[in-house]
Design a protein around this ligand. Structure first.
Ligand code: ADP
Ligand code: MG
Length: 319
């Protein structure tokens, strides 16, 4: 016999009994959750919806859907230097397939437990598969990393490798001979850079997470901060696996324009370069300086010889 809506929530989502958090006065089970926010902190909120066939391919395994739904939201907290606190989950399901819901909850809580974020409520409805998660996190008052605080001469950095997830998405549905497991995993299980985001709060001036592609997301920093940037394309970090599968040119194209990596792009005064690199070592994270913020409000790309390179949505080409 299939479980009712309430039994499903109780079985797979209500773990609030195990949560020992003084901020959460009441979790799942009443009309509202009750939170007693900490003083001296700012509370940051972000919500994202993932729809099957739009944000992930139809038929993606439930465990990855659970992981990814939370990961994309946690990445927003990471980008602002926040420490995750709790989240809500609005789940629209085509049916009450218990095996699917169980696998979804496993993927979801694997990531939630890694980052100690607690599910405190939600909603469950019937319809096309879609997942809406709202995350909440804390930052000491006034210390959030924002898009509008980059200044000229800041160094520009990115975490990790770029372009992997965009390539992974291409290969996810292809039944080919290539070994694309690493790339596909980078799409299916992005790792939000939460502890690193918190660590660089003291040193960085601005930050954003890379969900739409480096050029698009960096442009948001430039617009909000009213500055420009000069990027050295030969410094953009591409994984050996990406280059092996896509070739060097296409790897770079993906790194610049494909989304879904959920790495961070941030800027910091050159005075803080050593501290930034120390944070990278401490978090065992690749961090690469890719350019410099400029006062002229343009996004310029140069190759290793200092020659300008132009990029369009179709790729990049030399002048
Ligand atoms: P209401 O009808 O008052 O909105 P619901 O029947 O939708 O309440 O939900 C009952 C309780 O279960 C609430 O505490 C709600 O937050 C929680 N809940 C419902 N769906 C989910 C879900 N998918 N994940 C977590 N909690 C949920
Ligand atoms: Mg109610």
């Amino acid at each position: 016999m299939s479980l009712s809506e309430f039994e499903l929530i109780q079985t797979y989502f209500n773990r609030i009994d195990k949560v020992n958090d003084p901020d959460i006065l009441l979790g799942i089970g009443d009309d509202c959750a009750i939170i007693h926010p900490q003083s001296g902190k700012d509370l940051l909120l972000s919500v994202d919806t993932l729809i099957e066939g739009v944000h992930f391919p139809i038929g993606t395994s439930a465990e990855y859907v659970g992981w990814r739904s939370l990961a994309v939201n946690l990445s927003d907290l990471a980008a602002m230097g926040a420490k995750p606190a709790w989240f809500t989950l609005a789940l629209t399901l085509p049916n009450n397939n218990e095996a699917w819901i169980k696998a979804f909850s496993i993927g979801l809580f694997n990531l939630a437990d890694q980052h100690e974020i607690k599910l405190i409520g939600g909603d469950t409805t019937k319809g096309t598969l879609s997942i809406t998660i709202q995350v909440h996190g804390y930052v000491p008052t006034g210390e959030s990393l924002r898009r509008d605080k980059a200044v000229p001469d800041d160094y520009i950095y990115v975490t990790g490798f770029l372009g992997d997830a965009g390539s992974g998405l291409r290969h996810i549905t292809k039944n080919n001979e290539l070994n694309t497991d690493y790339l596909v995993a980078r799409f299916q299980q992005p790792q939000p850079r939460l502890s690193f985001g918190q660590a660089i709060r003291a040193y960085a001036n601005s930050a954003i997470d890379i969900s739409d592609g480096l050029l698009a997301d960096l442009s948001h920093i430039l617009e909000k901060s009213k500055v420009g940037a000069c990027i050295n394309i030969d410094d953009i970090p591409c994984s050996p696996q990406l280059i092996a599968i896509e070739g060097k040119n296409e790897a770079l194209n993906l790194a610049l324009t494909a989304g879904d990596d959920y790495e961070l792009c941030f800027t910091a005064s050159s005075d803080n370069h050593e501290q930034i690199m120390r944070c990278a070592t401490q978090h065992q994270l690749l961090v690469t300086r890719i350019g410099t913020i400029t006062s002229e409000c343009l996004l310029k790309l140069n190759d290793a010889n200092g020659n300008p390179v132009v990029v369009s949505s179709h790729g990049y080409q030399h002048f």
